[in-house]
Structures are given as structure tokens and as C-alpha cells.
Design a protein around this ligand. Structure first.
Ligand code: ADE
Length: 235
């Protein structure tokens, strides 16, 4: 898959795209990420991308024309899904990540300041996505969140596909707790079942722990789901 990111701060993405799993995936051409400077799509000597808001109020608004020009030039109609990152968007979740990962190409618009002129959304954006109910200084970090989560849906990016299958949200539950050596830390022992080698028992314990964690921390995920059936087992 290919992801095009449009921003006024392309340099923010350099270490992000060179490091760890994502860096390796890009190097191996399992995915392509192209970061573009919005200012390259201005037509004035000062490469201005913002202006004062109509109607007054504080801050600056990103001008429509550079964005419209950039999106039209960098996307392919009928192929590219054009996503604006903004706190006014629908909240990102695992289902949306999977849907976006199934598309051949994404174009991510990273806004700054008080937002982007509404006519951009109306003319060249397919959907507006927020990564949570808080306001960032711009869409860049949100675009990184989306890019990393989408990359994990490409089986070859993750060495072990089972780790994606088992992780939080995939079955509507938070993940079960993990332990590694040493067997005792600060007087806390690894639950005995994990040392037993009994795979069925371990699977049952993990399911119970996942249910317990979800019930305690994210009961909203359980509302109306079938995951509760059977109930959790004890520690
Ligand atoms: N830009 C600023 N805040 C944001 C958020 N919560 N999600 C996505 N983009 C943003």
C-alpha cells in the first residue's frame, strides 16, 4: 500500500519513517510512504499557507487553494482515499484502521493552526478522522498514529501475524497481561499457569484476564458483545 502525507513539517516524519518495523517495511518495499511539503503547492513568492479567519476570532486558518491543489495533484480519483486529520473528525478505532489498510492508497492531510478552510473538506476530502478527544497542535502526530496502525495490518510488516491476531481490540477485548524473565520481580511471581506448559489452561487464563481487564478499564467495549460469555477465571 501507499500513503501520501501532506504537511508543512515534513521533517517531523524523517526518524519516524526510518525506525523499527515501519522503517524496515519501507526499506523492503512492503509499503511506500511519500511525505510532501504543502508549501510546494502555493503560488506566491512567500509560500503562504495561512490567513486570518473570516468572522474574527483568534489564530490563523489554513488557506484552501494550496490544499486543493496538493490533493488534486497527489491523488488518483477512484483509487486514493483522502483523509483529513482533525479533532473534528470521527474517532479512529480498530475497525477503521482495518478498513483503511484494505485500500491501495491513502492521502493524509495534516492541518495546523485553527484548522483548514472548510471548502477543502467539502471539495477534496473523503473523510475526517480524529485520533481522540483532545486537541493536538497539528495533524502530524495523528498521521503517524494512523500510518503505524495501518502498517501493522500488512502481514509481512509484522514478523509474527499471531501477535496481531492476539493483540488488544482484535476480538473486542483488551489484551491479556504478559510476563517475561525473570520469574520474580519485586517479590511478584509469574502466574503459575504460564509456567505449566499446558496450552489449553494458558489460553483459558488469558481469556479470563482479557475479560477482567476489559471489564475494569473499558466496560464500553463489552456493552452488547458476546465476549462476556463464560466469565473470567481467577488469577
Ligand atoms: N489535529 C489536532 N488534534 C487532532 C486530533 N485529536 N486528531 C487528529 N488530528 C488532530
Amino acid at each position: 500500500m501507499r500513503i501520501v502525507i501532506v504537511t508543512i513539517f515534513p521533517e517531523l516524519f524523517v526518524p519516524f519513517l526510518e525506525t523499527s518495523l515501519l522503517g524496515r517495511a519501507i526499506q523492503k518495499k512492503l509499503m511506500e510512504v511519500d511525505v510532501r511539503q504543502l508549501r510546494d503547492f502555493t503560488d506566491d513568492a512567500h509560500r503562504v499557507v495561512d490567513d486570518e479567519p473570516y468572522g474574527g476570532g483568534g489564530g490563523m486558518v489554513m488557506k484552501a487553494e494550496p490544499w486543493i491543489r496538493a490533493v488534486r495533484e497527489l491523488s488518483v480519483p477512484g483509487k486514493t482515499r483522502r483523509v483529513m486529520l482533525s479533532p473534528r473528525g470521527r474517532r479512529l478505532d480498530d475497525a477503521k484502521i482495518r478498513e483503511l489498510a484494505s485500500r491501495p492508497e491513502l492521502l493524509l492531510l495534516c492541518g495546523r493552526y485553527e484548522g483548514i478552510d472548510e471548502r477543502v473538506r467539502k471539495t477534496v476530502v473523503d473523510e475526517e478522522i480524529s485520533i481522540g478527544d483532545y486537541v493536538l497542535s497539528g495533524g502530524e502526530v495523528a498521521a503517524m498514529v494512523l500510518t503505524e496502525a495501518v502498517s501493522r495490518q500488512i502481514p509481512a510488516v509484522i514478523g509474527d501475524p499471531a501477535s496481531v491476531e492476539n493483540e488488544s481490540f482484535r476480538n473486542g477485548l483488551l489484551d491479556y497481561p504478559q510476563y517475561t524473565r525473570p520469574a520474580v520481580v519485586e517479590g511478584l511471581e509469574v502466574p503459575e499457569v504460564l509456567l505449566s506448559g499446558h496450552h489449553a489452561e494458558i489460553a483459558r487464563w488469558r481469556k479470563g484476564q482479557a475479560l477482567r481487564a476489559t471489564r475494569e478499564k473499558r466496560p464500553d467495549l463489552l456493552a452488547g458483545s458476546a465476549a462476556e460469555e463464560g466469565g473470567p477465571s481467577s488469577d
